[in-house]
Ligand binder design. Structure first.
Ligand code: NAP
Length: 437
C-alpha cells in the first residue's frame, strides 16, 4: 500500500537553521556509524543491558536531546510484558511538550510513585509515543504475541518511549501491525489512532455501527489526529466537515472530507453556522474554539463537543497534583453543567492505551480504508531535526523516525530528512488512494 505523501516545509525550515543543522549533521553521522556497528554486532539484543537511544536528562529546548549508546535496555520483567525491537517511531506534539517538561508532575508520579518528591529522579527519559517493530521476547503470560511478530503500539506517556532500540510494553498495549504497511508507515498511526478512538468513541459516543447520517466537525483536521479521524469517520459512514488552512484542502478532501472550511479565509464561525448543525465536534485546536463551536451542535439531541486540548496537565504542572486536579475537575464540571443546560454535552478527550482498538484500526488499514499520512521521514541519527520539524507546527499528517533499517519497501519514497512536495501528482495520488465512503 502506498502511503499518502504530503506537502513539506522541511527544506525551508532547515535554511534559517543552517548552523544548527551543520552541527546536528556532524553529530548525526557519528551516531549513524555507531548505530550501524551496533546493529551488525547484536543479533540477540534482548540479552543486552544497554542500547542506543535518544534521551533527555533535563527539560528544555532541542538542546537537551542526547544520543547515547548506553541507555538501560528494557527486559521482560513480568508475565504480561512484551519486548519490542523498534523499527520505526513517530513524533507527536506531546513529545515536544514533554521535552519541555509538560505533564512532568503527574507523569513522574505515574512512573515511580515511590520516588515522589525526588527532583530529577525521572531522568533519563526516552521520548517517542509510537512504535512499529518486532517482538523479541514475551512474558510467560502473554498469549497473543510471540517473538518474531510484527507489532505496533501507542506508548503511554509515563513509559519509556520508542526513540530507542527496544521498548517494553504490556500485552494490552500492543497490537499486530497491519500487514499492508511498512514499519515506517505503520509508526505514523498508533498514538493518533488511540487518541482519536478514545475521543470519538469514549467521549463522543460514536462507533462503527452508529455513524451513518451523523454529522461530525473536526477542527485542526490537517494534523496527525485530524487526518486519521477523517478516514476513520468516513470508514464508519459519517458525514465529515473539517477546518484547516487553505493549503491543506487537497489533502483533507483526498482523505474523504465532505466539506472543508478554510479557517484562514475569513469568518469561519459564520461560514460553519450556515451549515446544518453537527452531532459531534472533535476539537484539535483549543483556544477560543469552544466559544463559537458549541453553538454549532444540534441541541437536545445528545450532541457532544470533545476537545483534545485540555488544561489538565498544565494545571497539575502549575498548581501541584491535588490543587491542579481539583481545579481541572471543577473547570470541567462547570463547563459540562453550563452546556448541558443548553442541550449539548461538553467533554475532554484523552489518549488511552488500547491494543484491541488498534486491532480494529489494523483491519481498516489492511482493507484500504485508512492510509498512513506521512509528511516527513527522518533517520534515527536525525532525531533533533525531526523535533525541529514538529515544533515548527503546520503538520500535514505525521513525522516518522526510522530506527532500524527497513527491508521492505512499500511506497514511502521521500528522502530521509526531507519531505515530499505538494505537486498535483501527489494530490492525485491522495485522491486515488482515498477511502470511498
Ligand atoms: N488530550 C490528549 O490526550 C491529546 C492526545 C493527542 C493530541 N492532543 C492534542 O490535540 C491537538 C491535535 O493533535 P495533532 O497530533 O493532530 O497535532 P498536529 O499534528 O500538530 O496538528 C495540528 C493541526 O492543526 C492545524 N491548525 C492549527 N491551528 C488551526 C486552527 N485555528 N484551525 C484549524 N486548524 C488549525 C495545523 O496546521 P496549520 O497551522 O498549518 O493550519 C495542524 O495541521 C494538539 O493540540 C495535541 O496536543 C491531545
Amino acid at each position: 500500500m502506498g502511503s499518502v505523501k504530503v506537502m513539506a516545509c522541511c527544506r525551508q525550515l532547515f535554511l534559517p537553521h543552517a548552523r544548527a543543522l551543520a552541527l546536528t549533521t556532524k553529530m548525526a553521522s557519528s551516531v549513524n556509524i555507531i548505530c550501524c556497528i551496533r546493529r551488525n554486532l547484536s543479533s540477540s539484543s534482548s540479552l543486552r543491558s544497554s542500547m542506543p537511544a535518544w534521551v533527555i536528562d533535563e527539560y528544555g529546548n532541542n538542546g537537551v536531546l542526547r544520543f547515547t549508546e548506553d541507555a538501560t535496555a528494557p527486559s521482560v520483567n513480568s508475565a504480561s510484558e512484551v519486548l519490542i525491537q523498534v523499527h520505526a517511531a513517530s513524533l507527536n506534539p506531546l513529545d515536544i511538550s514533554m521535552r519541555s517538561g509538560y505533564g512532568s508532575n503527574l507523569l513522574k508520579l505515574r512512573r515511580d510513585p515511590v520516588s515522589l518528591g525526588q527532583n530529577g529522579g525521572e531522568f533519563p527519559i526516552i521520548l517517542g509515543r509510537d512504535v512499529s517493530g518486532v517482538v523479541v521476547d514475551c512474558g510467560s503470560g502473554v498469549t497473543h504475541f510471540k517473538p518474531g511478530d510484527e507489532v505496533w503500539a501507542a506508548i503511554p506517556p509515563w513509559k519509556q518511549g520508542s526513540l530507542a532500540e527496544m521498548v517494553n510494553l504490556t500485552e494490552y498495549e500492543v497490537s499486530h501491525k497491519p500487514r499492508s504497511l511498512s514499519h515506517k508507515e505503520a509508526a505514523s498511526i498508533p498514538y493518533v489512532a488511540a487518541t482519536a478512538l478514545s475521543a470519538l468513541v469514549n467521549a463522543g459516543g460514536l462507533c462503527r455501527n452508529n455513524c451513518t447520517n451523523k454529522r461530525v466537525l473536526i477542527t485542526g483536521a490537517s494534523g496527525g489526529v485530524g487526518t486519521f479521524s477523517i478516514q476513520l469517520l468516513k470508514a464508519w459512514g459519517a458525514h465529515v466537515t473539517v477546518t484547516c488552512s487553505h493549503n491543506a484542502e487537497g489533502l483533507v478532501r483526498g482523505l474523504g472530507a465532505d466539506e472543508v472550511v478554510d479557517y484562514t479565509a475569513g469568518d469561519m464561525a459564520t461560514e460553519l453556522g450556515l451549515l446544518e448543525k453537527f452531532d459531534v465536534i472533535l476539537d484539535n485546536v483549543g483556544g477560543d474554539s469552544e466559544q463559537w463551536a458549541l453553538g454549532l451542535l444540534k441541541p437536545w439531541s445528545g450532541a457532544k463537543y470533545v476537545t483534545l486540548v485540555t488544561p489538565f496537565l498544565l494545571n497539575i504542572d502549575s498548581m501541584g497534583l491535588l490543587e491542579g486536579a481539583v481545579h481541572s475537575g471543577l473547570n470541567l464540571h462547570q463547563k459540562a453543567i453550563t452546556n448541558m443546560c443548553n442541550g449539548v454535552f461538553y467533554r475532554w478527550g484523552f489518549y488511552a492505551p488500547d491494543g484491541p482498538a488498534l486491532d480494529e484500526v489494523s483491519q481498516l488499514v489492511d482493507a484500504g480504508k485508512i492510509l498512513p499520512v506521512v509528511e516527513a521521514t527522518f533517520l534515527f541519527s536525525q532525531v533533533p531535526l525531526a523535533f525541529q520539524k514538529v515544533e515548527g507546527g503546520h503538520a500535514r499528517g505525521k513525522t516518522v523516525v526510522t530506527v532500524a533499517q527497513e527491508e521492505e519497501g512499500t511506497g514511502v519514497t521521500e528522502e530521509e530528512g526531507e519531505t515530499s512536495d505538494t505537486s498535483e501528482q501527489v494530490r492525485e495520488e491522495v485522491r486515488q488512494a482515498a477511502p470511498k465512503s
